[in-house]
Design a protein around this ligand. Structure first.
Ligand code: ADP
Ligand code: ADP
Length: 229
């Protein structure tokens, strides 16, 4: 589970300009792929097509061999989890925020998701941390802690594919690296990970795709691309 493929995908938000032009790539189940490239290159657009926020103009997007246009929205949402750039937390407990979207989760599931996402010790050891309010008068969370909650919330649903669209780029480099490393551990051999990011802070990727002006201009291993730069 978690394989995906873009086959000669072209897409434009309007008729005047293509934002993706004949993009083709394949991602093996359980692997990690980084999409890098300058702002405006089309990284977010690739992700939006993957969870079918928009439909391609030409070509096809396949998840586990199935054209996403033939999959129900419900099963696509179950298969593809998204960790957004700016996590909006509910003005409710940390527990609620992690549990949100999977209301059948047991406390053990939540703690395991939180540990896997490497939630800051401060939260894990805080008395009754999971029932602590996240609002103005309650526990203040740092940007890094919020992103860890977002990741825990996503992985608890155990999607086959997780998309990180610049999900950690507002954080300092150290926090970013720690979060990416934690995510790589959680996802190893189970979950396909697609990370849109700047090359310099990619911790690990089986393959890096470099996008520019809607085209893949380079692809290769982390090592080979770093060696060139
Ligand atoms: P990246 O994620 O690499 O920064 P995007 O996929 O967000 O790139 O954007 C690719 C191109 O599409 C850019 O030229 C951007 O201005 C344009 N674009 C992105 N979103 C929209 C939208 N909702 N409507 C129109 N144009 C858009
Ligand atoms: P980050 O660089 O990850 O965004 P911050 O500097 O915002 O980190 O926060 C560092 C630590 O201070 C975190 O543990 C966070 O929970 C705590 N914190 C941040 N703002 C406040 C606040 N106004 N009151 C109490 N604790 C705070």
């Amino acid at each position: 589970r978690g394989g995906l493929e873009f086959k000669h995908v072209s897409f434009g938000y309007g008729p005047e300009r293509l934002v993706l032009n004949n993009v083709t790539f394949k991602v093996a189940p359980g692997s990690t792929v980084a999409l890098v490239g300058p702002s405006g290159a089309g990284k977010s657009t690739v992700m939006r097509l993957l969870f079918r926020f928009y439909d391609v103009n030409e070509g096809a997007v396949l998840v586990d061999g199935q054209d996403v246009r033939t999959v129900t929205q419900a099963s696509l949402r179950a298969a593809v989890g998204v960790v957004p750039q700016d996590t909006v937390l509910f003005n409710n407990s940390v527990r609620y925020n992690i549990q949100y979207g999977k209301l059948t989760a047991t406390p053990a599931d939540i703690i395991s998701a939180a540990k896997n996402a490497d939630i800051h010790d401060r939260i894990l050891t805080f008395p009754d941390a999971y029932d602590t309010q996240v609002g103005e008068r309650g526990l203040r969370l740092s940007g890094g802690e919020k992103q860890r909650i977002a990741i825990a919330r996503t992985i608890l649903k155990d999607p086959a594919i997780v998309l990180l669209d610049e999900a950690t780029s507002a954080l300092d480099t150290n926090t970013e690296r720690n979060i990416q490393a934690a995510l790589a551990r959680v996802c190893a051999n189970r979950t396909t990970l697609i990370i849109a990011h700047r090359l310099s802070t990619i911790v690990h990727a089986d393959e890096i795709l470099v996008l520019k002006d809607g085209e893949i201009i380079e692809r290769g291993s982390h090592e080979s691309l770093l060696a060139q730069s």
